[in-house]
Design a protein around this ligand. Structure first.
Ligand code: NAP
Length: 261
């Protein structure tokens, strides 16, 4: 069951942002700043972070209960448009959003930050998924900086000969399934200086990351480049078809064009 911070004003077009990313938060702020008098904005969070940062507009938290339930939510809350600004690896909610918007005839836009691009000096080894990266890791390094998120640690549990520096957004509730590890917590943006110091002091010889993109967590790639370290890069799952933009201004333009506000 989700929570909502106030009763939306039903006289205004109601926009639903599927959030959980910096881009979603920035979009909510921009929409409120630019069109808050004409639009009602609700941001939906998965509810995995115990203390999410406050956002302007309405907030709800927790799963909808699948695509059909999301379609019901869209109808019940008279959603005029949905912007899917979830994490590029949040494939299930994005697929559900596509199905639900089709069913409820609600316009949908994907806001997804651009992928990182390898530069001269990078040594990226790309993997289709986390399990493939985990299987190949022993051939790449022995002391891994693991930055894939708390939900993606299980495939690495088989690697009892590798030591992991695991960076998470917050201290996990349950023990993590890795034999040899240290947990550190932190939210971006991270600086190259700090990432260099972290990797050097822990004698890291491989960085493992999802191809999330975005500036907030890009410093680890620059640090790996400077240290000449390999990067096990897990590729993004495919996004559902449909209109997509890469930044907040483009998403604002889409809203203005769509709603004529
Ligand atoms: P997911 O696998 O796409 O979603 C699983 C379920 O969580 C969805 O089916 C939905 O439940 C619920 N859900 C996800 N996002 C939601 C939202 N914004 N509002 C309401 N419900 C939502 O996504 P995930 O489990 O969150 O994460 C998958 C990957 O994305 C992981 O690799 C994770 O590290 C990464 N990631 C996600 C977020 C995020 O905020 N979602 C942030 C950072 C990283 P129902 O089917 O019940 O509606």
């Amino acid at each position: 069951m989700g929570r909502s911070s106030a009763v939306p004003d039903s006289s205004k077009p109601h926009l639903l942002i599927l959030g959980g990313t910096g881009e979603a938060a920035a979009l909510a702020r921009s929409l409120i700043d630019d069109m808050g008098d004409r639009l009602e904005i609700t941001t939906s969070l998965a509810g995995r972070t115990r203390a999410p940062a406050a956002l302007p507009g309405q907030m709800r938290s927790g799963g909808f209960g699948g695509a059909a339930a999301l379609a019901d939510y869209l109808k019940d809350h008279r959603i005029a448009a949905l912007i899917d600004a979830t994490h590029p690896f949040a494939a299930q909610i994005s697929a559900n959003a596509a199905t639900a918007c089709d069913a409820a005839n609600v316009p949908r836009l994907v806001l997804s930050r651009p992928c990182w691009k390898a530069q001269a000096g990078d040594n990226w080894i790309e993997f289709e998924n986390i399990a493939d990266a985990a299987r190949s890791l022993p051939q790449i390094g022995q002391r891994a900086f693991l930055t894939v998120g708390v939900q993606e640690l299980a495939p690495f549990a088989i690697l009892s000969d590798i030591w992991f520096l695991v960076r998470l957004v917050e201290v996990p509730v349950d023990p993590i399934p890795l034999a040899n590890h240290e947990i550190i917590t932190g939210r971006g943006p991270f600086s190259v200086t700090d990432e260099l110091a972290l990797m050097e002091s822990h004698k890291i010889d491989v960085l493992v990351t999802k191809a999330s993109g975005g500036d907030a967590t890009a410093a680890k790639l620059e640090a790996a480049r400077q240290l000449g370290l390999p990067v096990a890069m897990v590729c993004r799952p495919p996004a559902p078809p449909g209109p997509a933009v890469g930044d907040v201004p483009a998403a604002l333009d889409w809203v203005i064009r769509l709603l004529g506000t």
